[in-house]
Design a protein around this ligand. Structure first.
Ligand SMILES: C[S@@+](CC[C@H](N)C(=O)[O-])C[C@H]1O[C@@H](n2cnc3c(N)ncnc32)[C@H](O)[C@@H]1O
Length: 298
């Protein structure tokens, strides 16, 4: 059983599912719309307890999930939404023990998701140019994960280069993950810093950025299996007979591009479109031509 402890970041949830973040400090008071509850009343309660405010209003006290935490944590830069945070570690195949290069750190939301995916044996190196963003991000990371010895932050412009050891002692990265405005400017040296078979992933909000990214990846002649996609998450209202999609959703966040570092050369996979697949499916095994005659060319 997990109990809420002094110093922890917790959320109070109102009956409309709105969440309010607070860091528990003995002697302090949480106030909302004129109602109050002392932190001392919360400290020691079980995670998931219903608590009563001074006006009789009931709220739920919880430890936030990573998705809930990132939506409420202090922000410098725009954070990635949980729907993208969930997908990136899977599509970049970030595994326990992996060595990952990330840029930029922003508010630290993706960094937390990556740190959880690599575990204690893995390592995250994050490049960031803005000290103010980095400060906010470090606080967000440590508030959620505690001290993270396997994380290092470099105040460096990733467009200018990436430190991946020397020719004699290379320190390859297993994964390179960018949430940057112009990832294509870092791609030539990012691919150099990636081990063969390693995965590149970047997130950008517009299609012209995707096109420049894919062009830069192809120009390296060392990547294959390039894919670009976006994700849409539609929540539903399930209340009595009102069973329908919610009226609001995050209609757009950005596009993910993933690629694999492969042996140098020209290698292109042709993408099979859904239309091509259904045309294949309709074709009988014995191959009958458009006039209905048996085609024995095979
Ligand atoms: C959209 S934010 C990243 C948000 C982050 N993924 C998160 O989930 O909180 C983009 C970050 O990239 C940083 N950045 C922009 N250009 C950079 C560069 N050339 N090198 C390193 N960081 C850069 C910005 O300062 C900003 O913090």
């Amino acid at each position: 059983m997990k109990r809420l402890q002094a110093g922890d970041r917790v959320h109070l949830v109102d009956p409309k599912n709105r969440q309010y973040a607070l860091t528990l400090k003995p002697g302090e008071m949480f106030q909302h719309s004129g109602a109050r509850i002392s932190h001392d009343e919360l400290i020691g309660q079980l995670d998931g307890t219903l608590v009563t405010l001074s006006n009789g209003k009931i709220m739920l006290a919880i430890y936030p999930t990573l998705a809930e935490y990132t939506l409420k944590m202090p922000r410098g830069a725009q954070v990635l939404y949980p729907k993208d945070l969930a997908l990136i570690p899977m599509w970049a195949d970030v595994y326990p023990g992996a060595r990952v290069l990330e840029a930029g750190i922003g508010s630290g939301a993706l960094t937390i998701a990556l740190l959880r995916a690599v575990g204690q044996q893995g390592q995250i190196v994050s490049y960031e140019t803005r000290q103010d963003f980095a400060r906010t991000a470090m606080k967000n990371i440590e508030r959620y994960l505690g001290v993270v010895p396997n994380f290092s932050l470099q105040f460096q412009d990733v467009y200018e280069g990436i430190d991946a050891g020397t020719a004699e002692q290379p320190q390859w990265f297993d994964r390179v993950i960018f949430d940057l405005p112009e990832p294509w400017r870092a791609i030539p040296h990012a691919i150099q810093a990636l081990r063969r078979g390693g995965i590149y992933l970047s997130f950008v909000p517009t299609i012209p950025q995707v096109v420049q990214t894919v062009n830069a990846l192809e120009q390296t002649r060392e990547v294959g299996l390039i894919e670009t996609f976006e994700t849409l998450l539609r929540t539903w209202n399930i209340k009595g007979r009102s069973v329908r999609p919610d009226h609001r959703m995050v209609a757009h966040s950005g596009f993910v591009t993933v690629a694999r570092k492969i042996e140098r050369g020209v290698w292109r996979s042709t993408t099979i479109q859904q239309d091509d697949l259904s045309a294949c499916d309709m074709e009988p095994v014995s191959k009958v031509d458009h006039q209905g005659k048996e085609n024995d060319s095979t």
